[in-house]
Design a protein around this ligand. Sequence first.
Ligand code: CDT
Length: 315
Amino acid sequence: MTRTLDVGCAQLGPIQRSDTREAVVDRLVALLQQAKHRGCELVVFPEMAFTTFFPRWWIEDQDEIDGFFEREMPSDETRALFDTARELGIGFSIGYAELDTSGPEPRHYNTSILVDQQGEIVGKYRKVHLPGHFDHVEDWTFQHLEKHYFDPSDTGFPVWRAFGGIVGMAICNDRRWPETYRVLGLQGVELVMLGYNTPIADPEVPHHDHLQGFHNHLVMQAGAYQNGTFVIGAAKCGNEEGSTMLGQSVIIAPTGEIIAQATSMGDELITARIDLDHCADIKDRIFDFELHRQPQHYGLITERKGAVLPPEVPA
Ligand code: CDT
């Protein structure tokens, strides 16, 4: 049997603070048009794809902060993307900063949505693993204030039956955590769509900067293999407001192999024809969860948050 799906991974070059939403949407639409020419049915866009990665700045004016957030999706400014997707018959996932005003208090989320080939939103995920710090660090040129600007997820990691398979989403830092893939894997996920904004410079461990690309692929390839799922990772990359962001967007098979990789640091579409039935090669054998998992020995994973060391043995 085959369940083939033509997928695209739409890497984005930098988005500067002065770029308008309309200008960005034009770039996204151009990538969708390329995707149509290459036969794609589904395209994955990066995290926070409509704006610059604003958590690099400490901003105190709440109106200015909220200017980076979307109050509705689609909005007048983003509707052209949805219209194009419907006209071309291409589904997509895309990340954005979401301001939810439906409750008593406004909530700010780092969000990703799944849109079907009719241009309708069929899934929403809000980022679980918010990286970085809460407060301004004076010494750093670039901050990483996701913990400051965003509320924690209220969605967890759902999956959806869509595009002929079982699909899920994750966002950037989520890709580094095995729990992300395993929770999705325990729901039978066959395709994980994720976007990322990864600054290459880490002020806390500058001696790791050369490892950013290695770690990026390491975690996604491991997550794919250990759960028998395809993974598509779409970067926002290049020099954004002076901060260099990692590219190297990829499409990864359930074997853990990279089957397509971006080669530029700008807007670039990579594509692959994937067969979702190949997930079973891994899911039904080496990682047959039902046969091999031993959850009675995994309790600490949900009971304990940080590591607790064993007592020291007196000398
Ligand atoms: N956007 C995002 O989640 N970026 C993080 C950077 C972590 S460094 C504080 C990442 O995991 O790539």
